[in-house]
Design a protein around this ligand. Structure first.
Ligand code: SF4
Ligand code: SF4
Ligand code: SF4
Ligand code: FES
Length: 945
């Protein structure tokens, strides 16, 4: 076990298909046309010395270390900027080249502190390596020459240090920030000897535009930009490839370790979702895994007002099983259920739903996807035949027009956003449909052609109006529709969409978006050779979430934008494994693979595999479980990795339901808001402590690999297994690979997936079966999964949540880059430096009429409740709209969200709440009571420890 070294080819691969053959140091090498001489040499096994080149970036040609000699050409060209040519004869090692390279290195080293032995990069420094490679033995320039070695360090960023004294001004960091990340935070300031890397005029790194993605740190060949964790802990000595446990992009990382201590996470260049890029969360915010708040021993208590009592695993499991069995004996089979986690692995999620269906004997299983992407499942299954996005992320590189609806990729899905921004810089056009001016609307070198800043709650109306324009102006793709869809259903839908109420002119009044703008956006999307739609929770978390997903699917089908790279309908999934948790049968009406529980064929497969009869009746959804709890018919709940008391809407309703139950079991890393109402706490473990798989937003199944022993003693799947055995449902898996084998045996879309296959292929996008043994990057290529694409009527129905004199503003919610979901992980990292509290964004006009100034405490009230937080004045939101995040429990944003939900799936309407804003003195009564309760709960826990 050692460090995984990835070869740096110096320049990017060429996409050309034509091959050319050249000779390098006497060896014949055949590479695609357009390959650099440097890359061709590396592929042939010859490393040409280099400093300014790296294969993540375009060639730059500034350091002059990679010089070569080419027969028949004058001079010594730089190999990183010289493309190969057929018949070319290259010499990389000659006496002349050696002399030149030593001269270059001598100049670099003469302006470099000679503290290699105590430098944090010792052993992992390209400058050091190159000095060795060129055979530098002395530096002839003495102390008399002026140097940069006295410059002060910038320690403002919590995760990495900038030590300009070690900078060789190779510009790799500047280019990484521009080309890979697309933030353009760094520049080279000054000329000649005075040139230096600068994060802005007289700005510290932390105060600059930098978003701490780490691309510059990774690109830097010296110790100038260096992870604080490496400075503190030393160089890593072994590594494993694993998958980020934050968002649905699913970035691959090398977890670089010393023993069982993580030294750093380095994005993996071979990762198919991220291609070596990362964001601040995955790259740096992993410290929560060893945070002192981790609960590592099980605890139980008879009443939620009792102190927690630490117990052995045996006692905790036996107690839970006996309580669940008692409740079922007294109140019936359906009186208990469970919630799976979109943060846990596929294997763990599969086991929880198996325990519930086979062990509890009912289908009372639901998941946090209920509150985010359940409308995606419903809408895409009904129109296309499968509940998932249609493309891989690479597809965006072929999109000509990108339509982003209700998503904020730069904050929510940052690594994919960087890919998207790159495509936009290359010339693709952008349409943003969002009430808020998200960063993508205008960011360096990217400007949306259209920003349809619609009123929250009017998504269906605006997507219908786009479709109305397309059909009424004859911009639809009739050939595609006739060949791939049901023409009669299209005709029926077209008659509906052409009705005057769907015209941009009518819809303009509802949405606040001018008709001309809607028409122009529709023409742009319809006229694109490749039009791609990306959407997020701003689409799904509405009372008409499913209708909007259907309307989006209609739009893509009508324009023929399905079934090839560069197009498609792409839900950007929030949590790391939300796709996987849905795939694994986390909904009360579906077995793994989205087969209805009433489907006899599917049920027979599982009955045969599990050896027990299964119920064909859909079970309770989360809101129904809580209702039933209030009615006294649902009394036991097993929650794995989900904090419903903070993340689900209408907190009072959740708290009421949980309080009414007799046995609430929370399995999690930390005590959370839900555990305040729990009777059993089973400590869970982090992604670093277990094996398994996650499935990202592009249906890509990737390995999660254990790099340290579980601090709590067991991986989460083992805890579920112990509980199942105690409940009388035998489970004897020795490794998650065996669980995946069972998933493959029972789920046709996973038939070809195994840990061995993942080892071989790196990752697999489902469906993976006999027809597609290596997976399916783009879906619906030959035809739709359901046969013919189905146009469905998506009528706009206004939400019941209305503004009025008492609540005249519309609140919408979202996520910011540095924080994740309810913040349980990110709040326990240095990411707090960027976002210490949730703020309410309010337009200056709305603030002025209420006497609110920037930073004032305000009361935010809705029909459901009220909370207090501080105001941030900004024109990012339109007048009449306010916006907040919900990363901090104290904000209690969900006290004010209503219990309205999607008509098809019950996904809560987080994105539209009628509110009023007024000045306040501080936290509301409810917040204070809630905080007091939380504090008391924590004191009880601390006393137990
Ligand atoms: S961390 Fe990322 S955003 Fe910040 S300067 Fe480096 S590359 Fe740019
Ligand atoms: S900070 Fe590193 S990458 Fe940037 S110019 Fe200096 S040496 Fe090169
Ligand atoms: S983009 Fe998402 S998956 Fe990638 S590093 Fe960031 S949080 Fe992790
Ligand atoms: S590596 Fe080619 S010029 Fe720097």
């Amino acid at each position: 076990m050692g460090l995984i070294h990835e070869i740096d080819y110096g320049t990017k691969p060429s996409a050309a298909t034509k091959l050319v053959t050249l000779t390098i140091d006497g060896e014949r090498v055949t590479v695609p046309e357009g390959t650099s001489v440097m890359r061709a040499a590396t592929e042939a096994g010859t490393q040409i010395p280099k400093l300014c080149a790296t294969d993540m970036l375009d060639s730059f040609g500034s350091c002059r270390l990679c010089l070569v000699e080419i027969e028949g050409r004058n001079g010594t060209p730089a190999s990183c900027t010289t493309p190969v040519a057929d018949g070319m004869v290259v010499h990389t090692q000659t006496g002349k080249l050696a002399k030149l390279r030593r001269g270059v290195m001598e100049l670099y080293i003469s302006d470099h502190p000679l503290d290699c032995l105590t430098c944090a990069a010792n052993g992992d420094c390209e400058l050091q390596d190159m000095a060795g490679a060129v055979g530098l033995r002395e530096v002839r320039y003495g102390d008399a020459v002026e140097t940069h070695t006295h410059q002060a360090k910038d320690n403002s960023n919590p995760y990495f240090q900038f030590d300009p004294s070690k900078c060789i001004v190779c510009s790799r960091c500047v280019r990484a920030c521009a080309e890979v990340q697309g933030t353009f935070a760094l520049t080279i300031e000054g000329m000649g000897f005075d040139s230096k890397v600068s994060p802005g005029i007289a700005e510290a790194m932390f105060d600059s535009e930098c978003v701490s993605c780490g691309a510059c740190v990774q690109a830097c060949p010296t110790a100038t930009l260096m992870e604080t964790s490496v400075i503190e802990r030393g160089q890593p000595e072994h590594s494993k490839i694993t998958t980020c446990a934050y968002c649905g992009v699913g970035c691959s990382f090398k977890a670089e370790m010393r023993g069982e201590e993580v030294v750093r996470l380095v994005p993996y260049k071979d990762g198919k979702a991220n291609h070596g890029h990362s964001c601040v969360k995955g790259r740096f915010a992993w410290g929560y895994a060893t945070h002192r708040d981790r609960i590592t021993r099980p605890m139980i208590r008879a009443k939620i007002t009792d102190p927690w009592r630490e117990v052995s695993w045996e006692e905790a499991i036996a107690h839970t099983a006996s309580e669940f069995k008692r409740i079922q004996a007294e109140h019936g089979v359906g009186s208990i259920g469970g919630i799976t986690s979109s943060r846990c692995t596929n294997e763990e999620t599969f086991l929880v739903q198996k325990l519930i269906r086979a062990g509890f004997g009912n289908n009372n299983v639901d998941t946090c996807a209920r509150v985010c992407h359940s409308p995606t499942g419903y809408g895409l299954k009904n129109t296309f035949g499968t509940s998932a996005g249609t493309q891989d992320f690479d597809s965006v590189e072929q999109a000509d027009v990108i339509l982003v609806i209700g998503a904020n990729p730069t904050d929510g899905h940052p690594v994919f956003a960087s890919r998207m921004k790159k495509r936009l810089r290359e010339g693709a056009a952008l349409i943003v449909v969002d009430p808020r001016r998200i960063d993508l609307v205008r960011t360096p070198h990217v400007q949306a052609q259209h920003h349809l800043a619609l009123r929250p709650g009017t998504n269906v109306a605006i997507v219908n109006a786009l479709a109305h324009t397309i059909v009424s102006e004859g911009l639809h793709d009739e050939a595609f529709i006739r060949e791939r869809c049901d023409w009669e259903e299209f005709a029926e839908w077209a008659a509906f969409i052409l009705q005057p109420e769907n015209s941009p002119e009518t819809v303009a009044e509802l949405t606040g978006v001018p008709a001309a703008e809607i028409r122009a956006a529709a023409r742009l999307y319809a006229s694109a050779p490749n039009g791609a739609i990306y959407y997020g929770l701003g689409v799904t978390e509405h009372s008409q979430g499913s209708s909007t997903v259907i309307a989006i699917a209609n739009l893509a089908m009508a324009t023929g934008n399905i079934g090839r790279p560069g197009v498609g309908v792409n839900p950007l999934r929030g949590q790391n494994n939300v796709q996987g948790s849905c795939d694994m049968g986390s909904f009360p009406h579906e077995f793994p693979g989205y087969r209805h529980v009433s489907d006899d064929t599917a049920r027979t497969i599982f009955e045969h595999e599990w050896g027990v009869p299964l119920s064909g009746d859909p079970g309770l959804r989360i809101p129904n479980m809580l209702d039933a709890a209030m009615d006294g018919t649902f009394l036991g709940l097993y929650i794995q990795g989900e904090d419903i008391a903070q993340s689900d809407p209408d907190t009072r309703h959740i708290v009421g339901g949980l309080t009414a139950m007799q046995c609430v079991v929370v399995q999690d890393l930390f005590l959370n808001e839900t555990s305040n109402y729990a009777h059993v706490f089973l400590p869970g473990c982090t992604f670093l402590e277990k094996d398994g798989t996650f499935t990202n937003a592009e249906r890509r199944i990737q390995r999660v690999r254990r790099v340290m022993a579980p601090k709590n003693g067991y991986a989460d799947w083992q805890i579920t297994q112990m509980l199942a055995n105690a409940m009388g449902t035998p489970m004897h898996y020795a490794h998650p690979a065996e669980i995946m084998d069972e998933i493959a045996r029972t789920t046709p879309t996973f038939a070809g997936v195994s840990f061995d296959a993942l080892e071989r292929l790196g990752s697999i996008q489902w469906p993976c079966n006999a027809k597609a043994p290596e997976g399916t990057p783009v879906m619906h290529v030959e035809g739709f999964v359901r046969g013919r694409g189905r146009f469905m009527i998506s009528e706009y129905v206004a939400t019941d949540e209305k503004t009025g004199p008492r609540f005249p503003l519309l609140l919408t919610t979202g996520r910011i880059l540095s924080q994740y979901n309810v913040g349980a992980q990110t709040r326990r990292t240095a990411n707090e430096a960027w976002h210490e509290e949730d703020l309410l964004e309010i337009h200056p006009h709305d603030a002025e009429t209420r006497g609110v100034k920037d930073g004032d405490w305000i009361k935010l009230a809705s029909r459901a409740g009220e909370t207090s937080l501080r105001a941030k004045l900004t024109d990012r939101v339109a007048p009449g709209v306010v916006y907040t995040t919900f990363h901090h429990p104290v904000t209690q944003a969900n006290v004010i969200t209503t219990d309205y939900s999607d008509w098809a799936t019950n996904c809560p309407e987080y994105k539209v709440t009628a509110v009023q804003v007024s000045l306040s003195n501080g936290p509301s009564d409810w917040q204070q009571a809630y905080l007091a309760h939380s504090r008391a709960a924590r004191q009880i826990a601390t006393a137990a420890e």
